[in-house]
Design a protein around this ligand. Structure first.
Ligand code: NAD
Length: 478
């Protein structure tokens, strides 16, 4: 979805056809103060943080039930909000439901430590919420990213202020409505709306926010890290990527080629883990690249609700302009565009933000467009000689979010997987992600891990408790 902005509202546009679908009021500075005050009041007085874990888990399950009851409507809204194909939108709502259920389970079963005896006392840890957490999400997978932050933050006992992207503002208020209807005490999940540079920046700088959880671009992440450093509050950052997808000569060819194509062109490349750099072993380079290009050409680009659609529009015309400029820069750097590199022709595409699947060859791996995230359907391909050459090239960007390795040799997969600088390594698979497995980046792709048990601990602070059992009064150590 795209938004144009009036001074006080966001105007939501369906990127498939340019139709206006909703208007959303931007949160003012005074309203933000009131939201933070209400969040603290809810945190301190609603009793949520003192509920026994299984009681909080019941509410999280009820939120999952509420999302499930409205699955179709939420998926449709998400489709209009950012133009992703219908199947992907349904999967995203299902993922959000699964996330609430998973954190209901973790909340109930999370263990803390009784630490080893080192004196006449018993010591152990408890996990405590921060209080008010700011959760800031991007436009590419709204309901899924919102749930990945909100479910564990609530499970840990916090109050959450959620700021969705100005380019996808419609799902977050639905999540808050469903959560409160499911029994979440009032004001424990509030939504603020507006642009990152003003409302987002005001939120992360607000003295009442004790922890920040951010997903978005690397530059925004750096600005947020600065704001967090000013107030010394923790910031978890899930940022961008330029992930390498690697095909060795001994790979299962059919599976590898299909995964490379799905890994970049799924979600029209608007995925943080898009496999946007393809590395093919030199001896099979021409062959594999030709197969990838042939499959990319066959992809069905169509409106998100069309039968058999594989690639919908980009999220906005403004974003498509960025992708067009990106490919123009690649051409200026000497790229050979093997397919795509253009807006599709046809009446059904004129009002929407469509762009063709694009495969690029002939660039140096250090070229700017091989280093920067396009966040669109653009794949750059390279040949590698041997493992050392591959590791050097694949690790040669500022990012480190994910990577894919295709080989039938498991020892080689292990070596390469260990050597690559990435938060997630997919071997003979790609873009798999589950609530129970930690996710996050290294280098400029982020700090901290979401999902899994780490994803709940992210929203807690460890407190160490000592119970003294001394027979004698304490003295000063000598
Ligand atoms: P963005 O950084 O422009 O915006 C993300 C969110 O941050 C929005 O809500 C925005 O309003 C807000 N924001 C921006 N600047 C801010 C500031 N200074 N202070 C506070 N809030 C601010 O990103 P985007 O264009 O919405 O999303 C695309 C980016 O997100 C890509 O780089 C993609 O790789 C990344 N992403 C990462 C992950 C991950 O898990 N690592 C997942 C999805 C998307």
């Amino acid at each position: 979805m795209a938004t144009r902005q009036a001074a006080s509202e966001l105007i939501s546009i369906d990127p498939a056809n340019g139709a206006e679908i909703a208007r959303v009021r931007i949160t003012s500075a005074q309203e933000l103060d009131a939201v933070v005050a209400r969040a603290w009041n809810a945190f301190r007085h609603s009793g949520w943080k003192s509920l026994l874990p299984h009681q909080r888990a019941l509410v999280l399950h009820a939120i999952a039930d509420g999302l499930a009851a409205e699955k179709q409507a939420l998926a449709r809204l998400q489709m209009q909000d950012n133009g992703k194909p219908w199947g992907e939108c349904r999967s995203m709502v299902e993922s959000a439901i699964g996330t609430f259920r998973y954190y209901a389970g973790v909340c109930e079963t999370l263990q803390t430590d009784v630490t080893p005896v080192r004196g006449d006392y018993v010591s152990f840890t408890v996990l405590e919420p921060f209080g008010v957490v700011a959760a800031i999400t991007p436009w590419n997978s709204p309901i899924m990213n919102d749930a990945t932050k909100v479910a564990p933050a609530l499970a840990a006992g916090n109050a959450v202020i959620l700021k969705p992207s100005e380019d996808a503002p419609l799902l977050a208020p639905e999540l808050a409505r469903i959560a409160h209807a499911a029994g979440l005490p009032e004001h424990l999940l509030q939504v603020v709306q507006g642009r990152g540079a003003d409302v987002g920046a005001a939120l992360v700088s607000h003295h009442g926010v004790r922890m920040i959880s951010f997903t978005g671009g690397t530059d925004s992440g750096k600005a947020i890290a600065h704001a967090a450093a000013e107030r010394l509050v923790p910031a978890a950052l899930e940022l961008g990527g330029k992930s390498p997808h690697i095909v060795f000569a001994d790979a299962h060819r059919e599976h590898a080629v299909a995964a490379v194509v799905a890994g970049i062109f799924g979600s029209a490349g608007q995925s943080c883990v898009a496999g946007s750099r393809l590395f093919i072993e030199e001896c099979v380079y021409a062959e594999v690249l030709a197969q990838v290009v042939a499959q990319a050409r066959r992809l069905r680009v169509a409106p998100p609700d069309a039968e058999g659609v594989e690639m919908g529009p980009l999220a906005s015309l403004r974003h498509r302009e960025r992708v067009i400029r990106f490919v123009a820069r690649a051409r200026a750097e000497g790229a050979q565009v093997l397919c795509g590199g253009a807006v599709p022709a046809g009446a059904e595409f004129t009002a929407g933000a469509y762009y063709l699947p694009t495969v690029i060859d002939g660039l140096h791996p250090r070229a700017a467009t091989c280093q920067e995230e396009a966040f669109g359907p653009v794949l750059v391909a390279f040949a590698f000689r041997d493992e050392a050459d591959l590791i050097d090239q694949a690790n040669g960007t500022a990012f480190g979010l994910a990577c894919g390795i295709w080989t039938e040799n498991f020892k080689k997969a292990w070596r390469i997987g260990r050597a690559l600088e990435a938060g997630s390594v997919w071997i003979n698979t790609y873009k798999q992600s589950v609530a129970s497995t930690p996710f996050g980046g290294v280098k400029s792709s982020g700090i901290g891990r979401e999902k899994g048990i780490d994803g709940l601990k992210l929203y807690t602070q460890v407190k160490s408790m000592y119970f003294g059992l001394h027979e004698q009064p304490l003295g000063i150590s000598r």
